[in-house]
Design a protein around this ligand. Structure first.
Ligand SMILES: [Zn+2]
Length: 466
């Protein structure tokens, strides 16, 4: 897609040292015919798991801590493993040449989670801060709406407030990710979603304790919350059933109780389920040193609930599951919480894989696991270091200190980066990611892109066999 542009860019880089300014034509990949790439293939159920703020080294850190070895997760055995670019229209088109020459290049102009979620959800690049709209604020068809159009169900799950950028990007349309009340109301009243699960509870704090100063911003305001409590809130498909308590999530996940047709789950914590709990120390904590909140479900439990509700639809579904708070730990440069959140995500991955293997297998299900961008520029202990007056290198490799031990590391920013992140895919139509990965990175080989992934998912979900 950006091949011609990248060549021009490469030339410019040598002459004026500037490159990657985004042109309008980069918003949609017109070079790939997704209909012919997908052909007759159909993914009955499509599950996209987004590890927010996860690059190669966030995965490595949790691998070392959890198992004492790299590439030790089930997704490391998936047939499709590719690098993925995440740039937005506010940032720089990923430039392999520039990235390989200067390790600091990826610090410039990264995407935010709103633009990256929009690219995954709609197949179209947008500018930072946008939710489900293009750079001119025009609404884009998203995976949830595509599912509804073809008679399938759809939902989102996150460890962050459900109206936060990533889950919102798959359901809502708004020019600013910060309009939480509007976005939440858009998701609750105007969407065709069937499942919405996350944090953002107005009456609980970040330690999962009742608060004396309620904050209703993430749930659409006090009136909307009262309607959810009363069971009178409806979207364009029907009424919502509200779930709040940990034991209610546990019961539904364990097959107890009647499954609602349309579920909104608001776990009893405010900004994150676990990551923002108080009394942490970024520099010295070990994993789990501050006791976990006990009043909220794990991501794997919320994922099971979502899968059970959505799979009542025999036509199939789309589900986005986000490990959202990994990003926050990256911004805070908080390694222990980063690993905790990644381990919670890894557990959810195992749960989803087990569900797929019992429910139609890989012929009927497509599972994609990826990041929306890297956060923190996590590297080995030496970080980015100077090798000559105008030249820098980077220590990519974390030091494995064995299972149960924090690896040797260093953070190099409190922001996102524009570096490639890994994508893992298995199941129906997953070959398409490989065949459309046409751009080449000098370090990591052929790579795909978040908007390409969005276009493949939109096409793969369509019903073709009758
Ligand atoms: Zn972030």
């Amino acid at each position: 897609m950006k091949r011609a542009f990248s060549l021009i860019c490469l030339g410019l880089y040598f002459f004026i040292g500037a490159c990657g300014i985004v042109s309008a034509d980069d918003s949609k990949d017109s070079a790939i015919n997704y209909k012919s790439v997908i052909g007759d293939c159909e993914s009955k159920n499509t599950i996209l798991m987004i590890c927010d703020g996860c690059g190669y080294n966030q995965i490595a850190a949790a691998d070392f801590y959890e198992n004492g070895s790299l590439h030790s997760q089930p997704y490391d055995l998936f047939p499709v493993i590719l690098p993925l670019s995440t740039w937005s229209l506010s940032s720089y088109v990923y430039d392999p040449e520039a990235a390989s020459k200067d390790p600091k290049w990826v610090l410039k102009g990264p995407t935010d989670s709103g633009a990256s979620a929009t690219a995954f959800a709609t197949g179209t690049k947008t500018t930072n801060g946008k939710i489900g709209v293009d750079k001119n604020n025009a609404s884009l068809l998203n995976l949830t709406e595509q599912a509804a159009q073809i008679g399938k169900s759809a939902g989102v799950v996150s460890t962050m407030p459900f109206s936060h950028a990533t889950p919102a990007g798959f359901i809502a349309h708004n020019g600013s990710r910060n309009n939480y009340e509007e976005i939440a109301r858009n998701m609750i009243y105007d969407s065709k979603a069937d499942v919405i699960i996350g944090a953002g509870h107005p009456l609980y704090d970040n330690d999962g304790k009742p608060t004396t100063s309620p904050q209703y911003n993430y749930v659409g305001g006090q009136d909307t919350w009262n309607q959810l409590i009363a069971g009178t809130a409806k979207n364009r498909e029907g009424s919502w059933t509200l779930l709040e308590r940990k034991n209610s999530f546990d019961s539904l996940a364990n097959g107890l109780g009647k499954l609602p047709k349309r579920l909104i789950g608001v776990a009893q914590a405010y900004y994150t389920l676990q990551e923002e709990r108080s009394n942490g120390n970024a520099g010295t904590d070990t994993v789990g040193q501050v006791p976990f909140n006990t009043t909220v479900p794990e991501l794997s439990t919320m994922s099971t609930v979502a899968l059970r509700v959505l799979s009542q639809d025999t036509a199939g579904f789309f589900l986005m599951i986000e490990g959202g708070a990994i990003d926050g730990a990256g911004h805070s440069n908080f390694i222990a919480r980063n690993i905790e959140e990644k381990m919670d995500f890894n557990k959810a991955v195992r749960t989803v894989i087990a569900w797929i293997e019992k429910n139609g297998g890989w012929e009927n299900n497509l599972l994609v696991i990826t990041g929306d961008h890297e956060t923190g520029y996590l590297t080995g202990p030496q970080g980015i270091y100077q090798v000559a007056a105008d030249s820098f290198a980077v220590d990519y490799d974390l030091v494995n200190n064995g299972k149960g031990k924090i690896p040797g590391y260093s953070w190099n920013t409190g922001n996102h980066t524009n570096q490639l992140v890994p994508l893992f895919a298995k199941g129906s139509c997953s070959d398409a990611f490989q065949t459309t990965a046409l751009n080449v990175d000098l370090k990591r080989g052929n790579y795909t892109d978040n908007a390409i992934v969005g276009n493949i998912l939109l096409q793969a979900m369509k019903r073709k066999k009758h």
